[in-house]
Design a protein around this ligand. Structure first.
Ligand code: 13P
Length: 255
């Protein structure tokens, strides 16, 4: 499948930011700025506390709702966790899983990522599975080994149909929040490697349909050159998604 057949997916990961009223203000401004966009899947991922309010603010719009994490169990004695049925209930279509900040600060592993991916899929949520190497890993030539480990670990046991309900987000850790974006060539190299891995594990047809996002210091100034690469199908945006104007400019990367 040609790149042009894959709908670009631009998602804003708000991380630990925005009260309910701030979230609604941002969403309301964004909604107006992107109302005419029909060729891009637009996603916002507010913190758990703002999901319901943002769901109401995006009603009847072209913006989809995502959570930033999910627990692998549906219910029970797991104080502090939020489950896939709960996220579905609040109106999420997507959930970010395995973000490097969760791997780094909250002991997320490939195994827990894989369990969460399966829980999300079982309840009709689309996982955005994050993968990416740290600076020392890149500098010591381990990028491909780390990416392979994250991709195969995160997607272990998924059928082709399940895989195609997922999005993979390549986020080099050294590019997150640092202002050091991967060059388009660096992003393309890893995206093409990921598609190659999935070609081997599934088939060329399946791999060619999968959306692979890039994340790490995506800004209005660099979004279109990243998106021009043949295997870069979208962006997972942190800092620049916290302001309606800059996120809308990224959503409109091709205008
Ligand atoms: P920044 O865009 O702030 O670098 O964050 C990227 C990210 O981690 C998105 O999930």
């Amino acid at each position: 499948m040609e790149k042009t057949m894959r709908t670009p997916i631009i998602a804003g990961n708000w991380k630990l930011n925005k009260t309910i009223s701030e979230a609604v203000a941002l969403t309301t401004a964004l909604k107006a700025l992107v109302a005419e966009v029909s060729d891009v899947e637009i996603i916002v991922a507010p913190p758990f506390t703002a999901l319901a309010a943002v769901r109401d603010a995006i009603a009847d719009s072209n913006i989809h709702l995502s959570a930033q994490d999910v627990y692998s169990e549906d219910s029970g004695a797991f104080t502090g966790e939020v489950s896939a049925p709960m996220l579905k209930d609040v109106g999420c279509d997507y959930v970010i899983i395995g973000h490097s900040e969760r791997r780094q600060y909250f002991d997320e592993t490939n195994e827990s990522v894989n369990q969460k991916v399966k829980a999300a899929l079982a309840h009709g949520l689309k996982p955005i599975i994050c993968v990416g190497e740290q600076l020392e890993e890149r500098e010591s030539g381990q990028t491909e080994a780390v990416i392979e480990d994250h991709v195969t670990g995160g997607t272990a046991g998924l059928s082709a149909a399940e895989l195609l309900s997922c999005v993979i987000a390549y986020e080099p850790v050294w590019a997150i929040g640092t202002g050091k974006t991967a060059t388009p060539a660096q992003a393309q190299e890893v995206h093409s490697f990921i598609r190659g891995l999935l070609t081997k594990a599934y088939s060329a047809e399946v791999a060619s349909q999968l959306c692979i996002q890039y994340g790490g210091s995506v800004k209005p100034e660099n979004a279109s050159e990243l998106m021009a690469e043949p295997d870069v199908d979208g962006a997972l945006v942190g800092g620049a998604s916290l302001e309606a104007e800059s996120f809308a400019q990224i959503v409109k990367f091709d205008q």
